[in-house]
Design a protein around this ligand. Sequence first.
Ligand code: BG6
Length: 507
Amino acid sequence: MATTIVNPLREGLRLARTPEPSTIVIFGGSGDLTQRKLMPALYNLALQRLLPGSFSIVGSARQPLTDDQYRAELHDAVGEHSRTKPLNEEVWKTFAEHLFFVPTPDDHGYDALRERLDHLDVELGTNANRLFYLATPPGSYAAIVKAIGVHGLRGRTGWARIVVEKPFGRDRQSARELTETIHQVFREDEVFRIDHYLGKETVQNILVMRFANGIFEPIWNRQYVDHVQITAAETIGVEERAGYYEQAGAMRDIVQNHLLQLLALVAMEPPAAFDDKAVRDEKVKVLRALRAIRAEDLPDHAVRGQYTHGFIEGVAVPGYREEPGIAKDSRTETYVALKGFVDNWRWEGTPFYMRTGKRLPKRTTEIAIQFRVAPHQLFSREASAGLDPNALVLRIQPDEGVSLKFGAKVPVQGIRIRSVNMDFDYGASFMVDAPDAYETLILDALRGDATLFTRRDEVDQQWAFVDPIIAAWAASPEPPYFYEAGSWGPPEADALIEQDGREWRKA
Ligand code: BG6
């Protein structure tokens, strides 16, 4: 159902500021990401009247398309992928009038793009404020950034910013080189590296939970927390992305960015202000404190897996090596489990267990803070048999909410204790549909707010943590452990946590 309600949670988080008149230039303008995520997000922003009055979107790609062809293509894509349905044709019509396409197969194309942008500034009053969006395969990033510089695509007046999709580099070195290339054209404060997890309402709520309330912070440390579990489980397989995924694997695809960002938000110190510098300064301190996993410790701290054929929700699915485009002897990991430590005053000795995988039984992303048991056991062992340790679970998706698990007396004669849940459910409490992460992030980039984007030192530390693990796995003669599609990963991942006397939560 179409909605024009602005999410109250988000309003409470930061004061909304309407973006200034501007143009978004999307490279990869008719690609998959644009069709499935960017355009639906932009259309929904238009629907909520959150885009500036003077605004244009210029798509660009190698192949030729007219403005009308482009609009027709996107009409269908947005109709299919928008979170609000059906498409509001009236809003679409106005929105589409601001949509243009300029092919950039060569230098002439980039010159034509500059002329078109200059012309649109005059026609629409967009003041040469330009947001460039790199939505192409990463192999093209450097060439496009250089072309933006060489062909003078930044306006002579106005601001310029660039949004860069993940993966940002494929290791620490290449990420540094990409940053250097970008810095030849854009200053660091003009670079917006996207990690779409940060745009999720429930991920932003980690900060609100922790820092808008007084009750959690005093116990948010090694004295009270036994360990933390971060899970990002997917039921989908590699889909149509063999080319990308074979090169990436779960470590580069999810752990390096989404999981480490979740860890940083959970473990960071309270920032002095809610702004891009203060928040990212604190996150990067956590990432720096993340203990490197040494080669000799790898087997006890990191497990990789690959799915074989199995069943998801009763439907037979092929194994990873049987998927189209995947090598028959591929060693790419589709599952990772890790034990990490944040070596600082607050967290010393507290394990952060992380796991992610494709073709797991259930789609769920959650962070569980598991607390230590009560210091003194007042009740008998028998009475407490049904009691699990206290846990605060932040459910990121799909069943968004927060629950607190604690022991309660079973209403029978005598003492018997059982774990129960106190639950907060987003849908029931707020009665609005949360915006898509891309709506939030595009709007923030248009406003110049980089708080929910990854700074170069964060990316650098994230690679510093995963690079040695990836290198050790690449050098190992052993393939990943296999797990059946529809299972919770290889048994070795259970052993990783069970060797510490703990177990994965039944998500
Ligand atoms: C992307 C990964 O960044 O995140 C995908 O490239 C993954 O492989 C996706 O499926 C998961 O995102 P979400 O928002 O569905 O949890």
